[in-house]
Design a protein around this ligand. Structure first.
Ligand SMILES: [Zn+2]
Ligand SMILES: [Zn+2]
Length: 233
């Protein structure tokens, strides 16, 4: 601090590091002592609001709007859909975040599979966010997809989806076939109220992703062997 600054502002004698302004609202995270929380501003398509308040350590601000962690993750997952109040998932719906989470984990693998199988004139097109679609039974599902396309249209589509009627089951489609489905191990454990070591958690996650990756790789290989006919839509 310069001497000029000190002369101008004699008090306080030592400047404390900038502290987030107290809002007088306690953080909703159990055990967190902070009382500088902001209330999550998430409002779903039915007008229901999140009731939770989070301090800066436990919440997030996206484009000037404060969110709890869960809803920050939802808003990131749905991308530009978040700006449409009628498109926002229900306040308790974790599905878009789950699809986005699995998508980020598998993105590199899926791109590599499609790029490796691409023939001349075919390119890979990737969704930049999770969006709503319907399955063949007309059930709503949150989905993210990767497409191999050529000038005449779609060659092959790979999608990761979770439907609204079973919000823990992750499904992978390659073309029109569902090639893998499963409940992520951390969700299965949460449902059972189980807690495990970090090492076991990591091992279970790796197995889960390995199963999904192998299922995708096998299906893409089979698609090429089976001939280059358009699959899915
Ligand atoms: Zn906190
Ligand atoms: Zn929230």
């Amino acid at each position: 601090m310069s001497s000029i600054f000190r002369r101008r502002r004699p008090e306080p004698p030592t400047q404390p590091p900038p502290e987030p302004e107290p809002t007088g609202i306690d953080c909703s995270v159990p055990g967190c002592p902070n009382d500088n929380a902001l209330t999550c501003d998430y409002r779903d398509r039915r007008g229901h609001m999140c009731q939770l308040s989070f301090c800066p350590d436990h919440g997030d601000v996206i484009q000037g709007v404060p969110y709890c962690r869960r809803h920050a993750s939802t808003v990131r997952a749905i991308g530009s859909l978040a700006t449409d109040p009628n498109a926002r998932p229900d306040v308790n719906d974790r599905t878009p975040s789950l699809v986005n989470w699995i998508s980020r984990e598998l993105d590199g693998h899926i791109r590599a599979q499609l790029e490796a199988t691409a023939r001349e004139g075919e390119t890979v097109v990737v969704d930049d966010a999770v969006h709503l679609s319907r399955d063949h039974n007309r059930n709503l599902r949150w989905e993210r997809s990767w497409r191999l396309v050529e000038h005449t249209g779609l060659v092959l589509k790979i999608s990761i989806s979770v439907s609204e009627e079973n919000d823990a089951l992750v499904r992978i489609n390659v073309g029109s076939e569902m090639v893998a489905d499963g409940i992520p191990p951390w969700i299965a454990r949460r449902r059972m109220g189980e807690d495990v070591d970090v090492a076991i958690d990591v091992a279970q996650r790796q197995l889960f992703y390995k199963y999904l990756q192998e299922s995708i790789a096998n299906a893409v290989a089979e698609f090429r062997v089976g001939g280059n006919r358009p699959h899915g839509h």
